[in-house]
Design a protein around this ligand. Sequence first.
Ligand code: SAH
Ligand code: SF4
Ligand code: F3S
Length: 441
Amino acid sequence: MVHKRLAFIRTFGCQMNERDTETIRGLLQQEGYGFTDHPEDADLILYNTCCVRENPERKVYGQVGQLQELKAKKPELIIGICGCMPQQQEELPILLERLPHVDLFFGTHNIHRLPELLHRIYATGERVVEILDDGGEPVEGLPALRNNDFKAFVTIMHGCNNFCSYCIVPYVRGRERSRTPEAILEEIRSLADRGVKEVTLLGQNVNSYGKDLKLDVDFADLLELINEVPGIRRIRFTTSHPKDISDKLIRQLGRLEKVCEHLHLPVQAGSNNVLKAMNRRYTREYYLEIVEKVRQEVPGISLTTDIMVGFPGESDADFADTLSLVEKAKFDSAFTFIYSPRKGTPATEMPDQVPEEVKKERIYQLIELQNKVSLELNQALVGTQVEVLVEGVSKSDSQMLTGKTRTAKTVVFPGNQGLIGELVKVKITEAQTWSVVGELI
Ligand code: SAH
Ligand code: SF4
Ligand code: F3S
């Protein structure tokens, strides 16, 4: 019997990258590969990488560095690095030099070329490096092997045009390219046919969906089309840029019954000086106005955000503005980050870089405040009834199930595993900072 080749894939970064990994798995499956969770059993080890901050990059150097031993024992093993790290012009030569045992490098624009690149390695035994500068039109019809039977990510657009001054994403993902509504709907219909109930639409800035197409369809229209797909029960999307959120979209959020009452709206900072230097192109006042409008149009909506501390030039007063915005906006939760300088972005060259200790002190304060707000908002839910999509068994207690409300809150409750993948009604009985506890009704 021929040995079935096994692949081990490790994914860093955002949901886009997770979705790309599903395509990679689909392509490898077509090539006859199986999958393993143990690198030592693998014939192919692939790292799908992220470079948005220094930390995930450092992990890749560390973990892939350690594979040198395995490769020495098993020379036929193929090790590959793909995704955003090798896509950075300045990082690629460093990767090539520091990780001499890596056989394959490809970027974000040529995932579909993976089978061909692997064949080239098998045929020549030589290192293969292929990075394309430009995305071109979205490639359709690629297979995907998804991990979950009832919820799915659907990429609706690639790239970003915004060039926030701290951010590497536009350099490694190219300009905005929207998939056509037909291609998106076809994917979602076939997911629904297979029993998927919840879709999360992905793009770096979904609010600018369609602007690059020669069609008269914007993101609000796309939501309306997806809302019609039978079988789909919940629609989520991420990420929205505050500068591009339209009144039309806010109305659709309130009107379309499948669109969940949750908006992830990264604010990044609460000070107008910092927002300007970040090239975010909105003010604190404008952001708070949107929050107000959204809450009026969609009562009970939950609001989450991304916030960064320690951007170059951020003074104590600027940081105090971030804290006061957090108090005013009342986010249900926030991803908080310490600014990390990225090669090739304008912010790296800005004067007045903030010292590490100051950044750390600020992020502690920010997290403490946000936790207080999150807990208060969760406490207000005690006694209410919510719809939960059951996602799995709780990691800490096998008698408990976990799932998400339409407002993207994690709910933990006693129940039987047969409910996984179902929509159930739960009464909230207890609040914690990052989740709530409940019981089935
Ligand atoms: N497109 C999305 C976010 C993509 S990156 C948006 O615009 O909201 C996810 C988050 O990482 C960002 O919202 C930002 O808060 C953070 N981030 C991006 N670049 C960073 C950097 N250089 N240092 C620290 N955090 C960063
Ligand atoms: Fe980065 Fe800004 Fe684009 Fe988001 S909108 S991916 S933060 S450049
Ligand atoms: Fe990271 Fe690339 Fe996503 S840099 S955040 S994996 S787009």
